[in-house]
Design a binder for this molecule. Sequence first.
Ligand code: GLU
Length: 476
Amino acid sequence: MTARSPGSVRVRFAPSPTGMLHVGGARSALFNWIYARQRDGVFVLRIEDTDAARNRPEWTDGIVTALDWLGIGPGRDVGYEGPLLQSGNAAEHRDAAERLRATGRAYYCDCTRDDVVARTGLAHRGYDSYCRDRGLDAGPGRALRFRTPDDGATMVTDLVRGTPTFENATIDDFVIVRADGSVLFLLANVVDDVVQGITHVIRSEEHLPNAPKQQLLFEALGHEPPTWAHLPVVVNDKRQKLSKRRDKVALESYRAEGYLAGAMRNYLMLLGWAPSNDREIVPWSVIEEEFRLDRVNPSPAFFDEKKLRAFNGEYIRGLSTVDFIAACQPWLHGDAVPWPDDAYDAGIFAALAPLAQTRLGVLSEITALVDFAFLPQPVDDEASWAKAMQAGALDVVEAAAKSYADCDWTAEDLKAQLAAVGEQRGLSLGKAQAPVRVAVTGRTVGLPLFESLQAIGREPTLARLTSAADRLRAQA
Ligand code: GLU
């Protein structure tokens, strides 16, 4: 094992490749990344892939891609190493276990769980140290346990939590190598941190109970422990820890829905930390400048999807029109859209884009908002039709078609014409608009109507009004 070079900060993000990148994990990664950046340090991505049954290599690729989307990766003026695979250090893990055994800091044990429960009568308590002094050699069915000191206490230095202190008497002799020879997380993770020269372990609070055990391992192996920082657990609206079975936790799902990376990373930074002056939406440069690990709040952080959505809306509105149009492209082409690709018209979209930009929470909503412009027929939404096409609708649609046949094709004139149609019938503009909107767009709500009509043009508008009138006549 190599010793770390003095003075340089080296942090790591160490996910297990057992699924998509969790938003809580992404938050930890960002905190590590900024910490390294602020100190001209190195960020290591370590993939903890030793649980062969649960790991899949494609999850590793997914994690790398998701981090890159957030802005974490090579070539971004902070040292970046990785992905390094934990399995690549298997020999070092075994060596460390053997050293602990050879120096008397670990011993073999052949107790089964049932043996321990039979002796102690306690199903949920740790190990009772029965094999400590039996001097067992390695052998089938024998696990290797760490000999935890009986007395004293282990104090960890945690930049978020001060100096949590754990009585050693409350820590049992935990297993470090299973009977099948596989090295457990607690030891493998420590050995990797030593091999990789990690100076600061910044990770989620769930691992706080592991910190004293791991610190004891560092010390027993003759290495200085890292400085710890256990970030607050991320919870849902019921104050439950976010879970992939219950909550939408995959960063990838948010990306696919059309969250912008900028909004996502700004929001993730607020899970435990806040910029100065009660600000929340702030440029990344401010975050990098102001972030301090010692100002992280240790209490649980609420992942509020509604708030994230509001952030995203703000970020969407902050884009230039050109960037907004570019950002929408994945939701305007390909399998996810209901129109044939050659029906998409960039000119029409450019006219609709500024209208849509102020209305989106997530980019994926763009598809339904503009589908009327590219589908051969508007969507047939029964509820919208029933709501808008009541008595008098046919008359309004026919009158609109008539005046739209030769008016100026500008939003102002289209509006004035329809206002006049309504007035002659004692209808407000809103009431007169409803059947026209449903005839042309298929829906009762959407983008500003007259600008939409102007964008798609006279012929398609008239064709839709005529076909709606035919349908209304047939219904009558
Ligand atoms: N593989 C562990 C996890 O994903 C890493 C824990 C750590 O950062 O030390 O929770």
